[in-house]
Design a binder for this molecule. Structure first.
Ligand SMILES: Cc1cc2nc3c(=O)[nH]c(=O)nc-3n(C[C@H](O)[C@H](O)[C@H](O)COP(=O)(O)OP(=O)(O)OC[C@H]3O[C@@H](n4cnc5c(N)ncnc54)[C@H](O)[C@@H]3O)c2cc1C
Length: 431
């Protein structure tokens, strides 16, 4: 091992570096503030509390109850109840996270404070922002918040819970058509609309066997498409029609009074129930704080997840543009851990380790029928890259005997349940 003799000059330089280190308040605990208590934010709060007990952790979240989007589709399929996907922040508070239930109205990056709608301000040394998404009202002509009461999105549970769509489906006559308008990339949860189609079909098969599903898509293909389509053929033959953009699948206008959607080339489709999932952007607070670029998503440094636009702020989860990583709850919680480590080490003047991010997106296609896509990602300079051969998708049905296929799909549905239970218990501090 090489020995270094410290000269007086080196010692003085060291002292100067320490003085210039980003910690401002000598001896006071680091104040880590997390904005947004969803998959990214709650995971960050829990992880920071456990990993760095000396750090003061504050979580700002406007809702007292968080309804998860994951497993929301299962409520439509009758496989879960709203109570099963509802969580509070009580256990996180008991673990020592300071939970502030208020809406953040502004971020003062200069003064390092988050201003709250209630009139107070929360100071921070580093801020982790995980506010999720905003729906772009008006991006589809006629689709605004008022229209969404008649044609629900049910895509942002804090704004409109999935139970609104569930009620409409329960009231729909047998033989009616359920229309779904699906946006182009990027949007929250790439396989989410197709799991939703599956769960609605699962419900129809039992309660309204003459009903039809028309899926109008602004894209030409989708996540796990061959697997979903295998499942639809096996379980719901003749019930689902998927129309890609090339066949005039892009919805550009809605007429809520007539319960009609109008496509790019002017075709009108009338539904008994219409679910519009509009184009999206990072949440309003991220846009207002100058964290988002022109496309409406927040650019970040892959090595530390710091904003490239505003200093001392890390942005994680769906609000970021971090392709090829999907906008998923699993990725948001994986971001969370690295953001916490990066924030604390940077405040201590240390270099964070290189990140590794994990994702598995499970989807339920039917009763005891699950499929998945997995990937591992790392930072490479100013990009995120998928680690070659690290992930993949479930095998296609045609590659297995019927018995093997049934067992495989049954096991993946069980793994999905295990994933959901363990992640939600972890992030809300329940175990
Ligand atoms: C139907 C559907 C199914 C899905 N299924 C899966 C799945 O199976 N697996 C999976 O991994 N992902 C799934 N997802 C995606 C997953 O829900 C998101 O990727 C995840 O929620 C992103 O986490 P986040 O922290 O970025 O945002 P969120 O979880 O949405 O959390 C953001 C939080 O910030 C709060 N907030 C926002 N602005 C403010 C403010 N100004 N002040 C205070 N609080 C604020 C919000 O109230 C919210 O609680 C699904 C999504 C949908 C819609």
């Amino acid at each position: 091992m090489a020995c270094i003799r410290l000269t007086r000059r080196a010692t003085l330089l060291g002292a100067a570096t320490l003085l210039a280190a980003p910690r401002v308040r000598a001896q006071a605990p680091i104040r880590l503030v997390i904005l947004g208590g969803g998959f990214g934010g709650a995971s960050a709060a829990r992880f920071a509390r456990d990993r760095f007990p000396e750090v003061e952790v504050t979580l700002i979240e406007r809702s007292r109850t968080f309804l998860t989007s994951p497993y929301g589709n299962l409520v439509l399929g009758g496989k879960r109840r709203t109570e099963d996907i509802s969580f509070t922040y009580d256990a996180l508070a008991r673990r020592g996270v300071r939970v502030v239930h208020d809406s953040a109205s502004a971020i003062d990056a200069q003064g390092r404070t988050v201003r709250l709608a209630g009139g107070t301000a929360v100071p921070y040394d580093r801020l982790i922002v995980s506010p999720g998404i905003e729906l772009r009202w008006g991006a589809i002509e006629g689709y605004d918040e008022a229209a969404s009461a008649r044609m629900p999105h049910a895509w942002l549970p804090g704004l409109q819970p999935v139970s609104v769509l569930e009620r409409q489906l329960r009231d729909m006559p047998d033989g009616g058509t359920f229309i779904m308008a699906i946006p182009d990339n990027p949007f929250r949860c790439p396989p989410g609309p197709y799991e939703r189609i599956s769960m609605v079909a699962h419900y129809f098969k039992q309660a309204k066997p003459r009903a039809k599903i028309l899926a109008l898509d602004a894209k030409g293909g989708f996540s796990k498409q061959p697997l979903f389509m295998d499942g639809w053929r096996e379980l719901y033959a003749g019930m689902i029609e998927w129309v890609p953009v090339s066949n005039d699948g892009k919805v550009t206008k809605v007429d809520p009074a007539a319960m009609e959607v109008i496509t790019e080339f002017g075709t009108r489709h009338r539904g008994a129930v219409v679910n519009v999932i509009p184009p999206q952007s990072a949440a309003k607070i991220a846009l207002d704080a100058g964290l988002a670029g022109p496309a409406g998503w927040c650019p970040i440094r892959p090595a530390t997840l710091e904003s490239t636009l505003v200093p001392n702020i890390h942005v994680i989860g769906d609000a970021t543009i971090a392709a090829p990583m999907p906008k998923s709850g699993f990725i948001a919680s994986s971001h969370a851990k690295h953001a916490v480590v990066s924030a604390v080490l940077l405040l201590r003047g240390q270099t964070p380790p290189p990140p590794v991010f994990f994702n598995t997106c499970y989807s339920h296609v039917g009763e005891d029928y699950g499929i998945s896509v997995a990937g591992i990602y790392r930072a490479e300079g100013d990009r995120f890259v998928e680690v070659p051969n690290s992930g993949g998708v479930s095998p296609r049905s045609e590659t297995m005997t019927p018995e093997r296929r049934a067992e495989h799909r049954r096991l993946e549905a069980l793994y999905a349940d295990g994933w959901y239970a363990s992640l939600t218990r972890e992030m809300f501090g329940l175990s």
